[in-house]
Design a binder for this molecule. Structure first.
Ligand code: SF4
Ligand code: SF4
Length: 431
């Protein structure tokens, strides 16, 4: 990775001072709704981060606990009439605490674990190979039945509980699309770190749907993890190292767009421009890179979704992914794609844009709050009586699948693009 300048992160006074303490964000904050405590609200956290930044308070365990309980869902950004960039304030605040050596051990351990795994595709392939063997050998069934998993230390039993049934193989990029012509659009797909192992079917569906629209998808083998999980954990150093690598890899590919089907990754990629603004060698390239990034729902809606000719007679409810609706402000495009499928009945749940409690590794790090938020979400989903839950982010898919298991509900969780792909395949099979 390229040599990096030393950058000291901290929330800017300009960002902090935008908060006028009106409280409009409080009723949109999942942790405030659960606890009713000011220090677990957006306004309270901004106040704490302001006091930390100007040095009037120290990063005590109680204070960092309130910051750690934030899902970074950014619902407060959507609600805020003053345009407070809460996501940026929280990310730079966590980075400041880590860089000053004031972070609790759990934060440092988390950042280290992410730094040792996510940037390395071979390590991830090995890890998921082991997990696949664990599931296929019957050991998982045995351990779950014996309840021995409950005594595992350090969040391992929670991680095991979240593990979905892994597909038999991981995603491998197969370039697809129309034979290129002078006006064929050429795009690259961000494949991500864990998504090729957890949801290869989503990538495969994405490439097929893009091909259906005459889009050529090219391989960018040098790409790496987007860095979102490290950045959310306060490790902007690793995040910037990954950003440099991705910027070089994707810009060299000379594509018209960088298509992303993971909302969390997409939000981070669209913000590389901000992340790299103090890096003279990358600031301009990062802005150019971010301008190319687009969520797959928005991309297909913008080029004009081809309505499938076959019907999918199914009732679907859509869960907005926080980093799509609040981070990238994409609300209508996924609904537009779903509504293009004849026979599909879209039933809106109560508060579809409220977080499901996934939030990257939050479901492991803040298990109790994550499950409380999830339980509310599953009650709203159950009320729709929809057997299919569509969403736009692998973290949400994992969490909602865990929610179905936890509540003993029948149903399946899919990415929006998978339903569109199913409808096209039904059309092909009916020919
Ligand atoms: S990001 Fe989400 S959890 Fe955090 S303060 Fe804002 S609304 Fe609350
Ligand atoms: S973050 Fe925005 S909505 Fe919340 S108190 Fe501050 S100004 Fe008001």
């Amino acid at each position: 990775m390229a040599d990096a300048p030393t950058i000291h992160d901290a929330p800017s006074q300009e960002d902090l001072s935008r908060c006028v303490h009106c409280g409009f964000c409080l009723q949109e904050c999942p942790t405030y709704l659960q606890l009713g405590i000011e220090t677990d609200s957006p306004r309270g956290r901004i106040h704490l981060l302001g006091a930390l930044t100007d040095g009037t308070v120290e990063a005590t365990p109680a204070l960092t606990g309130h910051l750690d309980l934030c899902l970074q869902c950014r619902a407060c950004e959507t609600a805020c009439p003053s345009g407070v960039p809460f996501g940026r304030i929280m990310e730079s605040g966590r980075a400041m605490i880590l860089q000053q050596g004031a972070a609790p051990r759990s934060w440092r351990l988390r950042a280290w674990l992410l730094r040792q795994t996510l940037p390395y595709p071979k390590r991830l392939s090995f890890l998921f190979g082991v997990l696949r063997a664990y599931q296929r050998s019957g050991l998982q069934r045995l351990l779950r039945a014996s309840r021995l998993l409950r005594v595992l230390p350090g969040g391992l039993s929670e991680a095991e509980d979240m593990l979905p049934h892994l597909p038999s193989s991981s995603y491998e990029m197969k370039p697809g699309g129309s034979p290129p012509s002078a006006d064929t659009k050429k795009v690259a797909l961000l494949t991500g770190c864990v998504m090729p192992h957890l949801y290869p079917r989503t990538h495969e569906a994405t490439v097929r749907v893009l091909a259906r629209h005459g889009i050529e998808v090219v391989d960018v083998p040098e790409q790496r993890c987007c860095g979102a999980l490290s950045i959310h954990a306060g490790d902007r150093v690793t995040g910037r190292a990954l950003a440099r690598r991705n910027i070089d890899a994707f810009l060299q590919a000379g594509v018209d767009a960088i298509v992303v089907n993971s909302a969390g990754c997409g939000a981070t990629l669209t913000e590389y421009g901000e992340l790299m603004e103090q890096d003279d060698a990358y600031a301009e390239k990062a802005r150019r890179f971010s301008a190319l990034v687009t969520d797959v729902n928005e991309f297909v809606a913008d080029i004009g979704v081809q309505a499938p000719q076959a019907a999918l007679n199914v009732r679907v409810t859509y869960q907005d992914s926080c980093h799509l609706v609040h981070g990238q402000k994409v609300r209508n495009a996924p609904r537009q794609l779903l509504e293009s499928i004849s026979g599909l009945e879209l039933v809106e749940m109560e508060s579809p844009d409220r977080c499901c409690g996934s939030a990257g590794i939050y479901s492991l790090a803040q298990r109790e709050m994550s499950m409380s938020v999830l339980d509310d979400k599953m009650r709203d989903i159950a009320a729709t009586e929809a057997p299919v839950i569509a969403t736009a982010n692998p973290g949400c898919m994992l969490q909602l699948e865990a929610g179905l298991r936890r509540h003993g509900l029948e149903g399946r969780v899919v990415h929006v693009i998978e339903l569109l792909d199913e409808a096209y395949r039904a059309e092909d099979n009916s020919d």
